[in-house]
Design a protein around this ligand. Structure first.
Ligand SMILES: [Zn+2]
Length: 358
């Protein structure tokens, strides 16, 4: 029963569709193509009330290659939780928000955009002046040398900025360097247009309470999960998450309290704007893999060879494989931990949905 982890994007999509046979299923085409010219889609499944008063949204794969875990968790929900939706409740699953990134084992989309920095209310995005001074370190304009200079060059930056400020400068998002890491784009990307359209469906007009879980892999301790909120710990939203899912699982990435860093244009902000009249409880659900320095080194190497090497060069193939191993480890213990965490979260969600229905 735990074999939900897909071999690739195409297997993930087929499994999602096969498990969602009781749902209203839609495939939303994306113009980008797969590694062998295949067509790609974002797939959505809706189950439950035709006019829900409460809605739960589970999105995955906004960071492409992180979609292995996202798809596995959505399949878990479909297999084990789909038959327990209370009256007046709807559940919307959105599979592979970044199908290009998932199919190619990249974190960004077909335009090198980090979609989880692209959900801004307006463009252009804010200037990240600290990133400017880091651009030449993060995004060297050349193919990878024989010996990677990442750590050599990181040490003085760490000493100058400190760890927290450096993480904030690197990962908050930037809107000036289209080939750089954490680039948030210059307009709303097609994936987020599709997601916004799904949320604007007339049937959701009377939703009063909206839960949104955006599934990710990478940040945090190996195999452990955390719910990251952009609300401060004093907010009502934070209290509600902590009550429902346990205080130890909930962290704030609000600017003044950031556990990791506070990012611009993350997906939960779009959901909150889509339901101005509802109580919207939107969080990033992260399943940890490796430490931030390891992840950044691998992201930097993959991005560098992507822009300055050939797609099928051995360096590029190795770079994408390393990124996949970093964000979807080939390790049954990690997979089992993700599934156990997912079961716990979805069980807690089931209780909350049953408790708060009218
Ligand atoms: Zn992510």
């Amino acid at each position: 029963m735990d074999d939900y982890f897909p071999a690739d994007y195409f297997a993930a999509r087929a499994a999602f569709r096969a498990r969602a046979t009781d749902a209203e299923l839609n495939a939303h085409a994306i113009g980008a193509r797969g590694p062998n010219g295949e067509t790609l889609s974002i797939d959505s499944a809706y189950l439950g009330s035709a006019a829900p008063r409460q809605l739960a949204i589970i999105t995955g794969g906004i960071h492409g290659v992180e979609g292995y875990a996202g798809s596995a968790l959505q399949q878990l929900w479909l297999a084990e939780f789909a038959d327990s939706i209370p009256a007046d409740t709807g559940v919307l699953l959105v599979h592979a928000l970044n199908p290009y990134g998932f199919a190619h084992n990249r974190r960004v989309n077909e335009n090198n955009v980090d979609l989880n920095r692209n959900a801004l209310a307006a463009f252009p995005g804010p200037i990240n002046s600290a990133y400017r001074s880091l651009d030449s370190w993060l995004n060297p304009p050349s193919p990878a040398p024989r010996f990677d200079d990442f750590i050599w060059r990181a040490l003085p930056l760490l000493m100058r900025h400190g760890r927290a400020a450096l993480a904030q400068a690197v990962a908050a998002g930037q809107y000036e360097f289209p080939q750089g890491l954490f680039y948030g784009g210059s307009r709303r990307e097609a994936s987020l247009e599709i997601f916004a359209d799904l949320l604007s469906a007339p049937r959701f007009r009377n939703a009063q309470r909206v839960w949104h879980f955006d599934l990710h892999a990478g940040l945090g301790a190996y195999g452990r999960y955390q719910l990251l909120l952009d609300a401060p710990p004093t907010a009502n939203e934070f209290t509600q998450w902590a009550r429902g899912f346990g205080a130890q699982a909930v962290q704030s990435d609000h600017a003044a309290h950031a556990t990791h860093y506070s990012a611009h244009g993350i997906l939960p902000a779009l959901t909150r704007r889509a339901f101005p009249a509802a109580l919207t409880l939107a969080a990033t659900l992260e399943f940890g893999t490796f430490g931030p320095a390891t992840l950044l080194r691998i992201l930097r190497a993959e991005n560098r060879v992507h822009h300055h090497g050939a797609y099928n060069s051995s360096d590029a193939v190795r770079g994408r494989a390393a990124l996949r191993d970093a964000l979807a480890p080939h390790d049954s213990a990690w997979g089992a931990a993700v599934m156990a965490g997912g079961r716990k979260i979805f069980s807690q969600l089931r209780l909350l949905l049953a408790e708060t229905r009218n």
